[in-house]
Design a protein around this ligand. Structure first.
Ligand code: NAP
Length: 273
């Protein structure tokens, strides 16, 4: 039997186990997906133990994504983003990847939204914001980052501008910079946690328009105030469950080398939201 899993703290409410186990069932794989919740000081020992015990692959979540970067052989995209959310133990040394970025790219692709040559706005400059900003830039978008703490947004824009892999110009600012950026934008990603615990939105509704495609990384609830207001403005809307689905799909494909049964994984995820 192959063992995959999620390591984080806390991991109690994760939707990854049913999503991945739906894939194993669909493909008749002898595999299980389990959750691990080590204390922060035992994280390195936990990774060593997983490797020694023959765990095939781990997803990594809060608060360990940055720590994981230091402990595995991380691929260039994970290095640029500064976070590992997927570890593959198959080789001689554990390899680290960031599939949140692919989660963003593939969510837009699934909705027939082409990113090349677009003007994109990312709200948020934390882990999800960094993954979204690099994904959009790599897909050919010019990125404006807006964040409550403006200095984090300008620092991220500086990183994008200094990044040899992208030649688009990035900008950054506080949340007030949304006033000028959103009316001109083709693509908007909410990568803040706003909308998760209360019916709030980080983007004033008057800025939304029918030329926008809006992805909200928040997946619980799936229909956030931002997405409702974007829909009312005539925008294309993509909920955070798509991003969650595709980061899992890409992790599954990386670990197994097989095409993921996307519809079965999607159904398992959405039935629990
Ligand atoms: P994080 O690293 O802690 O970053 C949080 C971000 O939200 C920061 O930019 C922070 O701004 C901003 N923020 C927090 N409270 C705010 C408020 N009241 N007003 C304005 N901005 C606020 O968290 P993360 O890992 O990036 O996660 C962010 C969201 O993305 C969460 O809801 C998470 O569930 C979601 N997410 C979804 C997926 C998916 O697959 N769908 C994957 C990853 C994350 P400051 O810098 O000013 O603090």
């Amino acid at each position: 039997m192959q063992v995959f899993g999620l390591v984080g703290n806390p991991v109690g409410h994760s939707l990854s186990p049913p999503m991945h186990e739906a894939a194993y069932d669909a493909l008749g794989m002898d595999a299980r997906y389990v959750t691990f919740e080590p204390s922060p000081e035992r994280f390195e020992a936990a990774l060593d133990g997983a490797d020694a015990l023959g765990v095939a692959g781990l997803n990594v979540t809060i608060p360990f994504k940055r720590d994981a970067l230091e402990l595995v052989d991380a691929d260039p995209l994970a290095e640029r983003i500064g976070a590992v959310n997927t570890i593959d133990f198959a080789g001689d040394t554990p390899r680290g990847y960031n599939t949140d970025a692919a989660g963003v790219s593939r969510s837009f692709a699934r909705h027939d939204v082409s990113l090349d040559g677009t003007d994109a706005v990312v709200v948020g400059a934390g882990g999800a914001g960094r993954a979204a900003a690099f994904a959009l830039a790599d897909d050919g978008a010019s990125v404006h980052v807006a964040n409550r703490t403006a200095s984090r947004a300008t620092a991220l824009a500086d990183e994008l501008n200094g990044d040899e892999a992208t030649d688009r110009v990035a900008t950054g600012g506080g949340l007030d910079s949304l006033d000028a950026a959103v009316p001109e934008a083709d693509v908007l990603v909410n990568a803040t946690s706003v909308g998760m615990e209360s019916d709030e939105t980080p983007v004033p509704s008057g800025l939304l328009h029918d030329g926008l495609a809006v992805l909200d990384a928040v997946y619980a609830p799936p229909d956030t105030r931002l997405l409702r207001e974007a829909r009312e403005a005539g925008a294309t809307t993509i909920d955070g469950a798509w991003m969650l689905l595709y980061q899992g799909v890409v992790a599954f494909e990386r670990w197994t080398g097989r095409d993921a049964p996307v519809d079965e994984m999607d159904a398992a995820l959405r039935s629990r939201l």
